[in-house]
Design a protein around this ligand. Structure first.
Ligand code: TYM
Length: 334
């Protein structure tokens, strides 16, 4: 069966970009694929400004709860916390030795996050995509459902796997990214030229998965559009309207052009209300399930322990094969 792997950082509350860019596919792919989903806490300690030890513990549980609320099914899929398996960090070291300084230095996300920080940028932030490659390759992953911003990281994982196989023999499966048709890059509602992100300067442009209906309506009503009145999909000329059209397409399952035709001429007010309503309706069942799950944090911890054991059954033998292929001496049985 096709193997799927994806992860998300516990570095802030989940937002509409995470849901539409990634989680919707995570849930759908469980129908006919073998899925492994991960809370990538080791990635969340790469930036000192975002890393608060006490909050990280809470956020890890909160994010796992969010994944379950969205519909990750622990009966069918594996759900676990990255740091519960030492295999991910260990495999990263092996991959560090087949990765080039130049290729990591070119990663767009690293360039963005390190801009203006000079010498204080952590080695962890630089090495972040190599850890991500280890996450993916340890599970013989075929497909990685992610938003468009992760495209380069998945390509790098593929390159690292290919290079390793070429030098040391066939150990790793080469993955490919899977992006949603609409809303692969959800933009900030206040500044539709930048992606919706946990690190945005204002909360007004971000719709969180757990926002209540009133707040969602307010955020969409004040979403930045333009001074014209026509509704059409044109990311260059009309980034605000195009972003709203994509959000509506992703939450209704309809085509962007079909929706543009229906709403053109009705005015931005009516259009924004329709988008807000569709988002509220999409989030309602998730929020209801979330409310039930938070009442039982012990159950979430138990599911994560089961998930880690199942993940290890796949990751440990892969790592062992990689170490042997590289010529590392296996320990002598005592
Ligand atoms: P992270 O935690 O930033 O985001 C989680 C997922 O949400 C998607 N996403 C978006 N999609 C559309 N529009 C947006 N505005 C938006 N913002 C976020 C991301 O593309 C991602 O799919 N490096 C990864 C986590 C990771 C990972 C992995 C992913 C670590 N190991 C292995 C896949 C496989 C990240 O920082 O995602």
């Amino acid at each position: 069966m096709t193997r799927v792997f994806s992860g998300m950082q516990p570095s802030g509350d989940a937002h509409l970009g995470n849901l539409l860019g990634a989680w919707v596919n995570w849930v759908r792919m469980q129908e006919d694929r073998d899925c492994v989903y991960c809370v990538v806490d080791l990635h969340a300690i790469t930036s000192p400004t975002e890393h608060e030890p006490e909050r990280l513990r809470e956020r890890t549980v909160e994010l796992a709860t969010g994944m379950l609320a969205v519909g990750v099914d622990p009966e069918r899929s594996i759900l676990f916390v990255q740091s519960h398996l030492h295999e991910h960090a260990e495999c990263t070291w092996l991959f560090n030795c087949v990765s080039g300084f130049g290729e990591l230095n070119k990663m767009p996300q690293f360039r963005e996050k390190s801009a203006g920080k000079g010498e204080s940028v952590s080695v962890g932030l630089f090495d972040y995509p190599v850890l991500q490659a280890a996450d993916i390759l340890l599970y013989h992953t075929d497909e990685v459902p992610v938003g468009d911003d992760q495209r380069h990281h998945i390509e790098l994982a593929r390159d690292i796997g290919q290079r390793f196989n070429h030098r040391f023999g066939e150990v790793f499966t080469l993955p490919k990214a899977v992006h949603p048709r609409a809303a692969a890059r959800v933009m900030d509602l206040q500044d539709p030229t930048v992606k919706m992100s946990k690190s945005a300067s204002s909360e007004k442009g971000i719709v969180y998965v757990l926002d209540d209906p009133k707040r969602i309506e307010k955020k969409f009503k004040s979403a930045q559009t333009d001074s014209a009145t026509d509704i059409r999909h044109d990311r260059e000329e009309k980034p605000g309207v195009s972003n709203l059209l994509e959000i509506l397409a992703a939450t209704t399952g309809r085509g962007v052009d079909d929706l543009a035709q229906e709403y053109d001429g009705q005015g931005y007010g009516t259009f924004k209300t329709a988008v807000a309503e569709s988002v509220i309706e999409t989030l309602k069942p998730i929020q209801d399930r979330h409310a039930q799950l938070v009442d039982d944090p012990g159950e979430v911890a138990r599911l994560l322990a089961v998930g880690a054991d199942r993940a290890r059954e796949i990751a440990a033998p892969t790592l062992q094969r990689a170490k042997e292929a590289m010529g590392l001496l296996p320990p002598h049985a005592a």
